[in-house]
Design a protein around this ligand. Structure first.
Ligand code: NAP
Ligand code: GLV
Length: 310
């Protein structure tokens, strides 16, 4: 088996190649080179690869994406129709997403921001007790990652609802399915967590129209993709007081440009696309296991349905 690996830098590529070669000693592993010849690879392992890869490597049967979201990959012009696209399933990201949301919600609902200010003023002042009914959480996208967040937050006794295309069910979580159910889902939600894939059906879904349907004093946690959010719609909703805060991990342009107004907005928190990082050990284990299964002629999970876009 021949594997070609393409990522965002030569160092990244070299690291992944080394790990793949160690996990699959019978495979030949090649790093992508801009001016190199075709190596006749049957498998590609990629994160944001150059479009030229698919024009040059014509024998590819499977492409493994080194992330959960395949939006960038599916938009590449020369991606052949008959190549299987496989995304990461959890691989250690589900726990990271649950931690991220729990951190934000617990901090807000248990007054930790206020206690920080009180400490600075040397004031001993217990604030109001928590009423979890005041913190209904709504998760858009109930896939591998959304389900993990829902389970974690329901486990902390917050009221949780999940919205998905097909209405995926999870014990202890209210289910909403499809566009018709979106208004009812938003109207009961104070903390909106976005974990949708970016597709033509979900682009711009976080906008004035949807965000203004949330409960008063609402919060947005965007962990999906930057293009889910209509950026100019967010500050007016925060400034008017309808929304209390936003925590953003993904942006239309990454890295977020230094002059972007989000950097200095007092109610916006920013992290640099690290909510669910691709963990090397878990990822290599998952991809290695799937490559061996494919070689044995077995079917694997995590195959992207191209027509759905995820
Ligand atoms: P997944 O398992 O494929 O789940 C996707 C979920 O979204 C499913 O529940 C699906 O509904 C739902 N969905 C898709 N299109 C929809 C639509 N038009 N309307 C309503 N629901 C829709 O994906 P995942 O592994 O959880 O990952 C989700 C996304 O997280 C990725 O695509 C990526 O963009 C993002 N991500 C971000 C980071 C980060 O660091 N910020 C890291 C990893 C992933 P069904 O259940 O009905 O199919
Ligand atoms: C990261 O954003 C991913 O899609 O895994």
């Amino acid at each position: 088996m021949k594997i070609i690996c393409a990522s965002t830098s030569a160092i990244e590529q070299a690291t992944w190649c080394e790990l793949l070669a160690a996990a699959l000693p019978h495979a030949e592993v090649f790093p992508w080179q801009d001016d190199g010849p075709a190596c006749g690879a049957d498998v590609a392992v990629v994160w944001r690869p150059p479009a030229a890869l698919f024009a040059r490597e014509r024998e590819l049967r499977v492409v493994f994406n080194l992330g959960a979201g395949v939006d960038a990959l599916l938009n590449l012009p020369d991606l052949p129709d008959d190549v299987l696209i496989v995304r990461l399933e959890d691989a250690g990201m589900a726990a990271q997403m649950a931690e991220y949301v729990a951190h934000y919600v617990v901090r807000a609902s248990r007054h930790f921001n206020e206690y920080e200010a009180l400490q600075k003023a040397r004031r001993w002042q217990p604030l109001s007790e928590i009423d979890r009914r005041q913190w209904p959480i709504g998760i858009m996208g109930m896939g591998v990652l959304g389900t993990s967040v829902a389970r974690a937050m329901a486990g902390l006794d917050y009221p949780v609802a999940g919205w998905s295309r097909s209405g995926r069910r999870l014990e202890g979580v209210q289910t909403y399915a499809g566009r018709d159910a979106l208004p009812a889902f938003l109207a009961r939600t104070r903390v909106l967590v976005n974990l949708l894939p970016l597709t033509p059906g979900t682009e711009d879904i976080l906008c004035r129209e949807t965000l203004s349907q949330l409960l008063p004093d609402s919060h947005l946690i965007n962990l999906g993709r930057g293009a889910h959010l209509v950026e100019e719609d967010l500050p007016p909703l925060l400034d008017s007081g309808h929304m209390a805060g936003a925590m953003l991990d993904v942006f239309r342009v990454e890295p977020l440009p230094a002059e972007h107004p989000f950097w200095t907005h007092p109610r916006i928190g920013i992290t640099p696309h690290v909510a669910g990082v691709t963990l090397r050990r878990e990822t290599i284990e998952q991809i290695g296991t799937k490559i061996l299964a494919i070689m044995r002629g077995e079917t694997i999970t995590g195959v992207v349905v191209r027509e759905r876009g995820y």
